[in-house]
Design a binder for this molecule. Structure first.
Ligand code: MYA
Ligand code: JJ1
Length: 388
């Protein structure tokens, strides 16, 4: 049933529960001279293109492909609409490879019809820090679906990752493939309940009126934690220490250094927001929270075209209770006019979801590793990784 995935070095369904298989790489690296030097063959009407994300024009083409053809919910009411600024940020972290930004064009029209990307990351799996590619934004134009183009694109990105002497990858998907290291649940916290109901994102609860619903989700005007402020460049060393220490408890998590923290967590307008708590006398950074901006297009609504969503990213609490820290995150997200605050049940998130009035969504997110076996599936709470 998985003609492509059966051929790949990933945990196979038939091996689930087989304790004789050790954790770690499934296949050893091959000498670089043995990595295929030419790109895989595409159907003759199409050609490979490396997408230069420094070029406004190319960035716009990728943006438009995704805006019109990327991930939708199960009822096709919403479609992710990553901004151009977001794509520039997500695809150009420290040490990125332009060759991993892979497009497919129609030869005749030069129109961009498919895309896949990778970015380098160091990911710790239990004791071992492994160099990996994070694969994201796999997209085939709606008119070219089900023609087995995706396996060719996956093989091509794999080849280009191997050329950089990297042999493992991490990725997430809304579909079940062989085989998830964990399956996470999406949770949603209404910030603008009237709009969410009007566009079909949520429904009026049983025995609830609109005015009772609006009151239920009301939040204070400003954060309540003393010393809660936006993260700045000067905070990078302290945030890195706080985060590294906190992340060490999870089975799978990124191994962030100061360069990574500056890129991934320093606030960037309409892309990523980060806040911390600085204690009044010691000026110590004790707590941290962050979220990224990912709007969705609302498909076919007369009144609204965009749903503004914040997604919980990395959060650390050592002094401020996580519940209070995340309530402050909701307050600032509401102030910034987000309609909804989304979170996965990863890390310690379960400890605040219900109390802060998040409700479970109809979507799940499956996490995968390529060429790395995990003995047992993880609990979502053992996962310390958030992909964009
Ligand atoms: S997840 C987001 C994926 N994108 C979307 O959902 C956007 C909307 N959908 C589409 O654009 C298309 O439906 C896509 C499939 C492109 C998804 N991950 O060409 P096909 C397998 C992996 O006929 P299409 C993200 O970006 C499917 O099981 N495989 O199908 C992370 C089947 O194989 P098999 C997937 O619908 C991506 C084959 O493709 C996915 O026209 C991580 C069918 O191909 C999926 N999301 O196109 C990629 N969906 O027969 C893997 C379907 O075996 C990275 N398939 O079941 C692996 C690591 C690589 C680097 C390694 C380095 C060392
Ligand atoms: O956003 C999602 N679901 C929403 C909208 C559902 C619309 C009908 N299908 C949802 N809303 C309920 C909210 C409600 C608010 C008050 C409290 C109770 C809950 O459930 C879902 C996630 O739940 N999103 C998707 O389906 C999008 C795709 C998810 C898979 C993503 C794949 C990512 C690609 C990897 O890079």
């Amino acid at each position: 049933i998985h003609k492509f995935w059966e051929t790949q070095p990933v945990g196979q369904f038939k091996d689930v529960g087989d304790s004789s298989l050790a954790e770690g790489p499934i296949e050893p690296p091959t000498p670089l001279s043995e990595v295929k030097q030419e790109p895989y063959n595409l159907p003759s009407a199409y050609e490979w293109t490396t997408c230069d994300m420094d070029s406004e024009e190319t960035c716009l083409e990728v943006y438009n492909l995704l805006k019109n053809n990327y991930v939708e919910d199960d009822e096709n009411l919403f479609r992710f609409n990553y901004s151009k600024e977001f794509l520039g940020w997500a695809l150009r972290p420290p040490g990125y490879f332009a060759s991993w930004h892979i497009g497919v064009r129609a030869k005749a029209s030069k129109k961009l019809v498919a895309f896949i990307s990778g970015v380098p990351a160091r990911i710790r799996v239990r004791e071992d820090v492994v160099k990996m590619a994070e694969i994201n934004f796999l997209c085939v134009h709606k008119k070219l679906r089900s023609k087995r183009l995706a396996p060719v694109m996956i093989k091509e990105v794999t080849r280009r990752v191997h050329l950089e002497n990297i042999w493992q990858a991490a990725y997430t998907a809304g579909v079940v493939l062989p085989t998830p290291i964990t399956t996470c649940q999406y949770w949603h916290r209404s910030l603008n309940p009237k709009k969410l109901i009007d566009v079909g994102f949520s429904r009026l609860g049983a025995r609830m009126t609109m005015s009772r619903t609006i009151k239920l989700y009301k939040l204070p005007d400003s954060p309540v934690t003393p010393g809660f402020r936006k993260m700045e460049l000067r905070d990078v060393p302290a945030v890195t220490r706080l985060l590294r220490n906190y992340m060490s408890q999870f089975a799978v998590a990124p191994d962030f250094d100061e360069t990574d923290v500056e890129h991934w967590l320093l606030p960037k307008e309409s892309v990523v927001d980060s806040f911390l708590v600085e204690s009044q006398y010691t000026r110590e950074v004790t707590d941290f929270c962050s979220f990224y901006t990912l709007p969705s297009s609302i498909l076919g609504n007369q009144t609204y075209s965009t749903l503004k969503a914040a997604y919980s990213y990395y959060n650390v609490s050592t002094k401020t209770p996580l519940l209070q820290l995340m309530n402050d995150a909701l307050i600032v997200a509401k102030k910034k006019d987000f309609d909804v605050f989304n979170a996965l049940d990863v890390m310690e998130n379960e400890s605040f979801l219900k109390e802060l009035k998040f409700g479970p969504g109809d979507g799940q997110l499956h996490y995968y590793l390529y060429n790395y076996r995990i003995r047992h599936a993880l609990k979502p709470s053992e996962l310390g990784l958030v992909l964009l």
